[in-house]
Design a protein around this ligand. Sequence first.
Ligand code: MF3
Ligand code: CO
Ligand code: CO
Length: 325
Amino acid sequence: MSQIPEVLPASNDPCWCGSGRKYKRCCKGSEGRIQPGVVSPMRSVPDNIVKPPYALTGTPPRNSESRVKSPEVIERMRVAGAAAAEILRNAGEFVRPGITTEEIDIFVHELTIKMGGYPSPLNYHGYPKSVCTSVNEVICHGIPDSRVLEDGDIVNLDVTIYLNGVHGDTNATFAVGNISDEDKQLIKVTEECMWHGIEAVKPGVPINEVGRAIEIHAKKYKYGVVRAFIGHGIGENFHTDIQVLHYFDPRNTMIIREGMTFTIEPMITSSGEWRHKMWDDDWTAVTSDGSRTAQFEHTLVVTADGVEILTGGDGAVSPKAPWRR
Ligand code: MF3
Ligand code: CO
Ligand code: CO
């Protein structure tokens, strides 16, 4: 694509990109937006790595696992969760201007295998890469490609590992070089939203208290809570039937029980917009108004009086929200 000019054409004039089409039928509205890059062929995973059932077929089996996990499964999830946290931390340190999102994918792919695990996104419902890299207005499920990260971008890395027969799922949004104060605030508040949601988790409480807590915090900043993508039960399957809405819905009334394992992963927009648009790849979800968006995610298990964060990094039990330390 050619460089975006300082003065944009009128709607019916020829597009600045040289396509010969009318500006309004071509690049209008796409300036400053993320453009799809080239997606390289799927990477392979060595034979000695134990793979989830969908690795070969692309189709996960119908979920039949119970919502409440045995202590044995929870122990395995602690190990997978700690590995996911370690990969995410390292991948975040790898982020810098000038690298492509595909280079992040290679980094995550190799590190996951080195830790003895399978990168859960790979071939999950046909997803072609080992991590999701969601830049700027991309809400989630951005596919690593040839696009180069630029100074001032924000990028969410969503890491999931399949290890010891269970999944650990965690994500965070990182700054690429120097970012604006607005983006810093969006990232900070989004992480706070996740912690507010986590702090609402207790046995006996309806799951919509999570969404209520998240929505209240986001609204203080006139931020939007994305509705189409939700937290989920997790364990031997990547996604099980527990649904964790990140906004308040009176119908989301499942009662939280000790031993349940699920994720909380709010996606927050800077403009207040909550609707999304889907790219033609059927994965990449972007804000419908092009506004920037951030996300944070942890996998957790419900304890007798609260939660244990399984993807907390040090296996920490019920860590306090970081901004309150
Ligand atoms: N990790 C994402 C989540 O938090 C799911 C990614 S599915 C994929 O639920 F296929 F895009 F990898
Ligand atoms: Co998740
Ligand atoms: Co995730």
